[in-house]
Design a protein around this ligand. Structure first.
Ligand SMILES: Cc1cc2nc3c(=O)[nH]c(=O)nc-3n(C[C@H](O)[C@H](O)[C@H](O)COP(=O)(O)O)c2cc1C
Length: 190
């Protein structure tokens, strides 16, 4: 069974990306994945600094990194902040990219050999596209295979119905498309 973690780049109450993450979890499970829902609010991660890291590798960063290491695939669902990735998510990705224990500086053990996929919800009509372009580049840099399929939900404040489902058929169908592709690739790489 493919193990997939879903990481949402917002801890805002009523976050649209959290709502999208919930839909993605359902779709991943329907395709047979074992899903871990990662709430970054559960990780008290300091802002990365090399000075801090030289003193100690934070236990919370070690915990998040271990969770990533145990997965076959990672799905990132992120808002766009000023045309890029939310700092909350970038900080988490950076900490999990750092070597711990006896690893070499380029071990990237949380990422190497894993498949990743991207989704975004944004209040803008562009759906967070610029943020996902940066996120794609970051996840390639840390040696993951980023699948081409991705989902953008524009006008997120109007996109969900009261039950938390997407109103429009196209983005709703793409949740399933991205989830299915992620599970398929994760299985074949595992
Ligand atoms: C600092 C900041 C910068 C933002 N920049 C963008 C942006 O560049 N593009 C965009 O579509 N939305 C931008 N937004 C609006 C977010 O899309 C909006 O806050 C969204 O609801 C965040 O996702 P969430 O609902 O999952 O928390 C920005 C919000 C903040 C706080």
């Amino acid at each position: 069974m493919a193990k997939i973690a879903v990481i949402v780049g917002s801890v805002r109450e009523c976050s649209y990306n959290r709502a999208l993450g919930r839909l993605a979890i359902g779709a991943l499970e329907s395709h047979g994945a074992s899903v871990t829902d990662v709430d970054l609010g559960d990780y008290d991660l300091p802002l990365y600094s090399a000075k801090l890291e030289a003193e100690t590798f934070p236990e919370e960063a070690r915990r998040l990194k271990a969770l990533f290491m145990a997965q076959d695939g990672l799905l990132f669902v992120s808002p766009e902040y000023n045309g890029s990735v939310s700092p909350l998510l970038k900080n988490a990705i950076d900490w999990a990219s750092r070597p711990s224990g006896d690893e070499s500086a380029v071990a990237l053990s949380a990422y190497r050999g894993k498949v990743t996929a991207l989704m975004a919800a944004s209040v803008s009509p562009f759906g967070g596209l610029r943020g996902l372009m940066h996120l794609r580049q970051i996840l390639s840099t840390v040696q993951t295979l980023v699948i081409p399929d991705q989902l953008l939900v524009p006008n997120a404040h109007m996109a969900f119905d009261e039950g938390g489902n997407l109103k429009d058929a196209l983005p709703a169908s793409l949740v399933d498309v991205v989830a299915a592709r992620l599970v398929t690739v994760a299985r074949s790489l595992a």
